[in-house]
Design a protein around this ligand. Structure first.
Ligand SMILES: NC(=O)C1=CN([C@@H]2O[C@H](COP(=O)(O)OP(=O)(O)OC[C@H]3O[C@@H](n4cnc5c(N)ncnc54)[C@H](O)[C@@H]3O)[C@@H](O)[C@H]2O)C=CC1
Ligand SMILES: O=C(CO)COP(=O)(O)O
Length: 332
């Protein structure tokens, strides 16, 4: 099958490899002609995961029309902040029934919309839309370490289509009918990974990390249920699975941002300038506020991360405020 992958950062590059290994012809869209040229000439992405040779079945372009020409499926892997403009660009280039899967993790800042809803607002036809999420660091997928992801869609046929499109011996895929739950979990776990990173950066230990992860899962479930998703999704690959890997893995940018930047008084701009990578949790701690207000749920960890990253509250002050919260029952 001919598959267009939109976005040639770490995750787009790793997913292109998965799709090539699954036997598809992949056209990878990169933002710059220089990256596309290098992938075609040297079979390596010069900016991300550049140690790994990419299969010959992956070709690259910086031209949207060329990427989408003849595509039988579209895989979107840009930072979440770019999703609306990607949806607008794609609208004119792909057939109205071409299936699209979004692999970005975040919430739209201006509207509080989840990725599928942002796409549906531009393209209609939510049945052909899906999201893919899970505990899947690109750095491990690119060297074919066994990993698994969930594909969620309101349409069973679309979920099955993408499940089968990606499935390989090292990348196992499951389906879900709860895109809202999967998308919210994906946005949340990045915020909690920043909190865990800050906590380690302050010299706290594994107990504190487990406390943040578990209370983060409670916060995640409250929001998912309030938004119409299923609590069980929070126990799945896109929930607990991704929460654990993002909070504990050396590969996580969100955790690294918390541990090596926020805890040391450095900013998001410092991180971006040094790595050219996206820290979705730094944006999500702001964008989730819209949903917090819309659904009237309490998100103390998300609020705390936002206050430290954006409102100049010191990590020590923020930790003290959390510890001093009134004692209560665990689940009610
Ligand atoms: N890296 C990973 O292991 C995983 C990442 N993701 C998600 O995938 C999405 C993309 O992340 P990565 O591939 O890791 O990015 P990255 O941090 O490796 O690189 C950023 C990429 O975004 C591109 N970019 C920046 N602004 C853009 C714009 N306005 N329009 C189009 N492209 C733009 C850059 O050219 C670059 O290709 C994020 O939402 C992330 O949360 C999901 C699962 C795993
Ligand atoms: O989503 C991811 C792993 O599943 C990537 O997390 P980071 O963006 O923190 O690296």
């Amino acid at each position: 099958m001919k598959v267009a992958v939109i976005g040639a950062g770490s995750w787009g590059t790793a997913l292109a490899l998965v799709l090539a290994e699954a036997g598809h012809d992949v056209m990878l869209w990169a933002r710059t002609a220089e990256v596309a040229r290098a992938i075609n000439a040297e079979h390596r992405n010069p900016r991300y995961l550049s140690d790994y040779r990419l299969p010959d079945a992956i070709r690259a372009t910086s031209d949207y029309a060329e990427a989408c020409e003849g595509a039988e499926a579209v895989v979107v892997v840009t930072p979440s902040a770019a999703l609306r403009s990607v949806a607008r660009d794609l609208a004119a280039l792909i057939a109205p029934d071409t299936p699209i899967v979004i692999c970005s993790k975040g919430v739209e800042e201006a509207t509080g919309l989840l990725p599928i809803d942002t796409f549906a607002a531009e393209l209609g036809a939510p049945e052909r839309l899906a999201v893919l999420s899970g505990p899947t660091h690109a750095e491990e997928v690119i060297c074919r370490k066994p990993s698994a992801a969930v594909v969620a869609s309101v349409s069973e046929a679309t979920a099955l289509f993408f499940r089968d499109l990606f499935a390989t011996r090292f990348f196992r895929t499951y389906t879900s009918d709860d895109p809202v739950g999967v998308e919210l979990c994906a946005a949340f776990k990045n915020v909690i990974a920043i909190a865990v990173g800050i906590s380690y950066g302050m010299g706290f230990g594994d107990n504190t990390a487990a406390l943040l992860i578990t209370r983060g899962l409670a916060e995640m479930s409250r929001m998912v249920v309030a938004a119409g998703g299923e609590a069980l999704t929070c126990m799945g690959l896109g929930g607990a699975g991704d929460m654990v890997v993002t909070c504990m893995s050396q590969h996580s940018r969100n955790r690294r941002f918390g541990e090596q930047y926020v805890a040391r008084g450095l900013t998001l701009d410092d991180f971006t300038a040094q790595t050219h990578m996206v820290v979705e949790g730094a944006i999500a701690c702001k964008t989730l506020r819209t949903l917090e207000e819309r659904y009237g749920v309490e998100l103390p960890l998300t609020d705390t991360v936002r206050s430290v990253v954006w409102e100049a509250v010191s990590p020590r002050e923020a930790a003290a405020a959390l510890i001093d919260r009134p004692l209560k029952s665990e689940f009610y």
